[in-house]
Design a protein around this ligand. Structure first.
Ligand SMILES: Cc1cc2nc3c(=O)[nH]c(=O)nc-3n(C[C@H](O)[C@H](O)[C@H](O)COP(=O)(O)OP(=O)(O)OC[C@H]3O[C@@H](n4cnc5c(N)ncnc54)[C@H](O)[C@@H]3O)c2cc1C
Length: 299
C-alpha cells in the first residue's frame, strides 16, 4: 500500500508530526527493495512508539515493514519485524517460554525492539535473540547475536540506519508454566498501566538511564544507593533534582509523577518536545556536569 501526504501524527504514540510525502507498507524484501529504489529520502518506522516526528513532516518515503509471521519450532520462535511486541510476548507465555514476559506492555513492533534493544525490569530482547535477518541495501543478510552488537538500548541497527530488520529468530528456555507467565505478565501490565496510562500520548522514557560507573566520581558520590539498579542510575533522578517534574513547553509536559516522562496534552508540537528536551539536558549538564542522551528517536 502506498499513500501520499499522510499526517504522521496518526502513526506515532506522541500524536505529533506533519505529513509524510509518501507512506509505504511493504511485507517482503523484494517490495522493500523496490520502494528503496524510488527517490529518497527513506525512513523505516514501526509502531511509532519511540518517535518524535517533526512538525514539518517527512520530505520522503516513510516505510513500514509489515512481516507479521510468527512461528514456533522447539525452543525457537521466528518472528517478523512487523509483529506487535505484545503479540510475541503473549505467544511466548502461551508456549511456556520463560523470559519475554518482562517485556509485557512495551509498545511497538519487533523490528523497533531489536533496533533499540528494548527491555524492562533488568532484561532486554538481546538475551533471547539468536539471529537477525536484515536488508543491507543490496541483499538479505543474517547476523548472529554477537554481530548485532547489542548494548543497553543499542544495537548495530541504530548505527546503520540504512539497514532494515526483516525478522529474527529467538531462542528461549521452554521451562515455564504458561499460567504463571500469564499471571506475571498481568502483574507487570498493571504496574505499567499506572505509569503509562494506555491513552497517554508519549514515547515512554525520553532519556536513557546512566551507568553509575561512567559518571564522574563527584556525581557518583551524590547518588543515593536506592536509586541505583543493576549498575544504572535512572535519569529521572537527575531530572527530578533540577525540578523537571511538571515543567512544560506549550502543550508538552513533564509528568508530575515521573521526571523522565514527557507527554502531549493534545495541543503540543514536536518543536515543543525538542525545546523541553534541550532545556532539561542543559539543566542537568549545568547542575551535574553530565550529558543526558535521548532514548527517543527523531524523524
Ligand atoms: C508508554 C511507553 C512505554 C515504553 N516503555 C518502554 C520500556 O519499558 N522499554 C523500552 O525499551 N522501550 C519502551 N518504550 C519505547 C518503545 O516502546 C520501544 O523503543 C519500542 O521498541 C519501539 O518500537 P516501535 O516499533 O514503536 O519503533 P518506532 O518508534 O516506530 O521506531 C523507533 C526506531 O526504530 C527504527 N526501526 C523501527 N523498525 C525498524 C526495522 N524494521 N528495521 C530497522 N529500524 C527500525 C526506526 O527507524 C526508529 O528510529 C516505551 C514507549 C511508550 C510509548
Amino acid at each position: 500500500m502506498v499513500l501520499h501526504d499522510v499526517p504522521l501524527s496518526g502513526y506515532t504514540r506522541f500524536g505529533l508530526g506533519g505529513p509524510a510525502k509518501v507512506l509505504a507498507d511493504v511485507a517482503t524484501p523484494e517490495e522493500l527493495a523496490a520502494i528503496l529504489a524510488t527517490p529518497g529520502p527513506h525512513m523505516l518506522i514501526g509502531g511509532g512508539s519511540n518517535l518524535v516526528v517533526s512538525d514539518e513532516g517527512y520530505p520522503g518515503t516513510i516505510i513500514r515493514y509489515l512481516d507479521e509471521q510468527l512461528t514456533v519450532e522447539g525452543d525457537r520462535i521466528r518472528v517478523g519485524a512487523g509483529v506487535d511486541l505484545q503479540k510475541l510476548v503473549d505467544r511466548s507465555n502461551h508456549e511456556g517460554f520463560e523470559g519475554l514476559h518482562t517485556m509485557t506492555g512495551i509498545p511497538g513492533w519487533v523490528g523497533g525492539a531489536i533496533y533499540g534493544n528494548a527491555g524492562a525490569y533488568g532484561h532486554s530482547i538481546q538475551e533471547f535473540v539468536e539471529t537477525v535477518r536484515f536488508w543491507d541495501g543490496t541483499e538479505v543478510r543474517e547476523f548472529t547475536n554477537a554481530e548485532c552488537e547489542f548494548r543497553y538500548r543499542e544495537s548495530i541497527f541504530k548505527k546503520r540506519k540504512d539497514w532494515v530488520v526483516l525478522n529474527a529468530t529467538l531462542r528461549l528456555p521452554r521451562s515455564a508454566d504458561p499460567a504463571r507467565m500469564r499471571a506475571e505478565s498481568d502483574r507487570i501490565l498493571q504496574i505499567r498501566n499506572e505509569k503509562f496510562p494506555p491513552t497517554l500520548k508519549c514515547a515512554g522514557s525520553i532519556f536513557k538511564n546512566l551507568l553509575l560507573a561512567e559518571l564522574p566520581p563527584e556525581v557518583q558520590m551524590q547518588v543515593p544507593k536506592e536509586v541505583v539498579r543493576e549498575g544504572k542510575v535512572a535519569s529521572a533522578y537527575f531530572l527530578e533534582q533540577v525540578g523537571a517534574k511538571g515543567m512544560f513547553s506549550g502543550g508538552i509536559r513533564v509528568a508530575d509523577y515521573h521526571a523522565n516522562l514527557l507527554y502531549n496534552t493534545g495541543e503540543g508540537t514536536a518543536a515543543q518536545v525538542r525545546h523541553l528536551i534541550e532545556l532539561l539536558k542543559s539543566l542537568v549538564l549545568e547542575h551535574f556536569g553530565i550529558h543526558l542522551e535521548e532514548e527517543v528517536q527523531y524523524a
